[in-house]
Design a binder for this molecule. Structure first.
Ligand SMILES: NC(=O)c1ccc[n+]([C@@H]2O[C@H](COP(=O)([O-])OP(=O)(O)OC[C@H]3O[C@@H](n4cnc5c(N)ncnc54)[C@H](O)[C@@H]3O)[C@@H](O)[C@H]2O)c1
Length: 119
């Protein structure tokens, strides 16, 4: 499968990408590197340094079978409210693509078990 992971340079995204690559999946990664470190992601990943709130991420969904949306800021400062709002915008942007994904691909989204494995 071709799988898109946002926040791929972060803790969970990079470890998930390691697992997906080892299982033979093609992985497309997005991260703005605001927190994450690119070297944490496996070198096999097709990486794009983009903010998930940008419309520039639209073309990256072409041919993608599944999306893991892990791009999230962790700014627990006085600006926390703004930070949370930014994350909500990002969470809104990414699922927007679902209606554009062909029915066959949407069916594949059901191929992920509760444990996070690809069936
Ligand atoms: N780590 C945990 O134990 C844990 C537990 C439960 C839930 N979560 C959730 O899982 C998600 C990922 O957690 P993590 O620990 O990997 O966080 P992390 O901070 O290590 O990784 C988040 C990544 O998202 C990137 N990012 C932030 N804002 C972005 C944006 N606007 N556009 C693109 N990339 C952006 C950062 O650069 C970073 O690489 C978060 O939503 C977190 O709340 C984490």
């Amino acid at each position: 499968m071709k799988i898109l992971v946002t926040g791929i340079a972060g803790f969970i995204g990079s470890n998930l990408a390691d697992r997906l690559v080892k299982e033979g999946h093609t992985v497309v990664g997005i991260d703005d590197l605001s927190v994450g470190v690119l070297e944490q992601a496996p070198k096999e990943v097709e990486f794009h340094k983009i903010d998930i709130r940008s419309k520039d991420i639209y073309p990256l969904f072409n041919g993608v079978d599944a999306v893991f949306n892990l791009g999230c800021s962790k700014n627990y400062s006085i600006l926390e409210v703004i930070s949370v709002m930014q994350d909500i915008i990002g969470m809104h942007m990414v699922p927007q693509f679902k209606p554009d994904i062909p029915g066959e691909v949407q069916a594949n989204l059901g191929n992920i078990t509760e444990a996070g494995n690809i069936k």
